[in-house]
Design a protein around this ligand. Structure first.
Ligand SMILES: *Cc1c(COP(=O)(O)O)cnc(C)c1O
Length: 417
């Protein structure tokens, strides 16, 4: 019998219930009693301890009940094709961290690559890379450079090719399979930051990923109230070995999730499928409205918006199989001018002007507020769970105001691309 991930998200942790609570208890203890019976005491043996989800709780920097439950519920979502009897084992492959960036850091600490191929994408990951460059002789090469440039940079066995798809902040997708082939041809590992396409929208392991990373702060948390990172390894013996190393190394990185955050994370996973599919559908509908209006030279939209980017506007053949349920819930608007991009957020009623994404609340961000390298005209939109018609009407209302303000200010924009 195959069980849908949406059902797993509610019931995958049932074997962990030792209390009669339907909603899991929040455990706050940092430390746990050893057995009372001296005959049951097993002293730690240097180098022989294996940390996995069956290890008794000792101290919450190793793990705690809330974290173990979160990773247990994540397993059937991250490995949607796994058989029922494999899931308990696969939960060990899902390692949670205190933030998305601490998950990325943990991966670099585990692999110790000499070369990382990386492109555009989340600026924070580049910040982590620069810390590693400071610590040892790590170099990077442009992800989109040709094979000859990768070879000249020395990218090979034990190195990392890191892609982010869909991409922050544009919401556009990249072929995972293409980069899996290029990475594996050199003995390098492929890591995929799948934050913008959480479980349900994309399974990077299907296309050759060795590591899948999420900023769980975004859709996994989903309520803008917790920080979380997730690093999952392929469902292979090699992936299992790596995951055990990651668990052991996490103990010394100290970057475990807090008790409260991991408990909130379980609460969030129950509704992941509902939230994400609705948010993605609404984003696609809004993008379709924008692109149709732009193509039809609609005066209201065209007077303020230059273009829109989202995976749903791409037509590459691999996309339909990589993202069978459509693009993610984030897209970007390039406004006609930097000034318009600065003014739009303050005029919207149902979008908070804030960074981050993935919550039930719709957000917009004039991206220059947090990313200095980005086009000044870019506004990133993270669609929440509100009724999509209300969100569209909100844009229309704001565009009306911007259009009126712009009249009489001829040539006031800096619309050049
Ligand atoms: C937010 C984000 C991160 C960083 O995650 P934190 O949880 O903020 O550390 C990494 N990658 C992407 C694509 C993100 O959006």
């Amino acid at each position: 019998m195959s069980i849908n991930p949406a059902t797993h998200a509610i019931h995958a942790d049932r074997h962990l219930d030792i209390l009669t609570d339907v909603s899991p208890a929040l455990h706050t203890s940092t430390t746990f009693r050893y057995p009372q019976d001296p005959d049951q005491l097993e002293p730690v043996i240097e180098g022989e301890s294996v940390l996995d989800l069956s290890t008794p709780l000792v101290y919450s920097r190793l793990a705690n009940a809330n974290i173990n439950r979160l990773e247990t519920v994540l397993a059937p979502l991250i490995y949607p094709d796994a058989k029922q009897d494999e899931l308990e084992q696969l939960a060990n492959h899902v390692v949670s961290y205190s933030s998305g960036l601490s998950a990325f850091h943990a991966m670099l600490v585990n692999v110790v690559p000499k070369v990382v191929a990386i492109g555009e994408g989340y600026h924070g990951c580049h910040g982590v890379l620069s810390l590693h460059k400071k610590l040892h002789n790590l170099t990077s090469v442009d992800l989109h450079a040709p094979d000859s440039a990768w070879d000249a940079a020395g990218l090979g066995k034990g190195d990392i090719v890191h892609i982010e798809t869909p991409l922050n902040p544009t919401g556009e997708a990249t072929s995972i399979a293409h980069f899996a082939v290029r990475a594996h041809a050199r003995g390098a590992l492929l890591s995929v930051d799948s934050t913008f396409a959480p479980p349900g929208l994309q399974d990077p392991f299907l296309w050759g990923a060795d590591f899948v990373m999420h900023s769980g702060t975004k859709y996994i948390g989903g309520h803008s109230d917790l920080l979380c990172g997730v690093l999952a390894t392929a469902a292979t013996d090699e992936g299992y070995k790596r995951a055990l190393e990651l668990r052991f190394e996490r103990l010394f990185l100290g970057s475990v999730m807090g008790n409260m955050e991991s408990w909130l994370g379980v609460r969030s996973l129950r509704t992941l499928a509902l939230r994400v599919q609705r948010q993605a559908n609404s984003a696609t509908e809004l993008v379709r409205w924008f692109s149709t209006a732009l193509a039809a030279k609609d005066t209201l939209v065209c007077s303020v918006v230059h273009s829109v980017t989202h995976a749903s506007l791409q037509s590459e053949p691999w996309l339909a199989s990589q993202m069978p349920r459509g693009g993610g819930p984030v897209f970007a608007l390039y406004m006609q001018s930097t000034e318009l991009a600065r003014r739009l957020p303050g005029l919207l009623q149902f979008f908070h002007h804030a960074t981050s994404l993935g919550g039930v609340e719709s957000l917009v961000e004039w991206r220059r507020m947090s990313d200095s390298g980005v086009d000044g005209r870019l506004v990133r939109v993270s669609v929440g769970v509100e009724e999509v018609g209300d969100l569209r009407a909100d844009f229309e209302r704001a565009f009306g105001v911007l259009g009126k303000e712009g009249k009489g200010k001829e040539g006031g924009g800096d619309g050049a691309i």
